[in-house]
Design a binder for this molecule. Structure first.
Ligand SMILES: [Zn+2]
Ligand SMILES: [Zn+2]
Length: 136
């Protein structure tokens, strides 16, 4: 596994640090209303990884989980409030990570818009990307 590349990430205050082993599975802009509100952003860009490719390096105590819908939790730093992670029963084997929480680039660019039906009208989008519904 000498060719495995890693990308680290974390929160604004530095209490939570994590590491991801590439490759990722996907990358997409999410326009759902929960992402918008939780992050305070027009949309949120997520990357999906097999969950065993996610390793929490620091912040076991700082990392908090908010139960945002049945079977789904959003991970954030309890000290600075940075929202970084998502996990759910629907995608049990995946760790979803906010691209903006990473220190550097991953192995792919955003590929799609999901939940585009609830997108805001005050932010320009990359119209070259397909609009898809999340799949299992
Ligand atoms: Zn923090
Ligand atoms: Zn979303």
């Amino acid at each position: 596994m000498s060719d495995t590349r890693f990308v680290d990430g974390g929160c604004l205050c530095g209490a939570v640090r994590f590491r991801l082993a590439l490759p990722s599975k996907w990358c997409a802009h999410c326009h759902c209303t929960q992402c918008r509100r939780f992050h305070g952003a027009g949309y949120v860009t997520w990357a999906g990884f097999e969950s065993d490719r996610f390793e929490l390096l620091e912040g076991q105590d700082a990392l908090r989980w908010f139960n945002s819908s049945p079977g789904a939790e959003r991970g954030f730093c309890g000290t600075c409030g940075s929202s970084m992670l998502f996990r759910s029963e629907r995608w049990k084997s995946e760790a979803h990570v906010v691209l903006g929480s990473l220190d550097g680039p991953i192995d792919r660019a955003p590929e799609a818009h999901v939940f585009h039906d609830t997108c805001v009208d005050w932010m320009a989008l990359d119209e070259s990307l397909p609009r898809v519904q999340p799949t299992d």
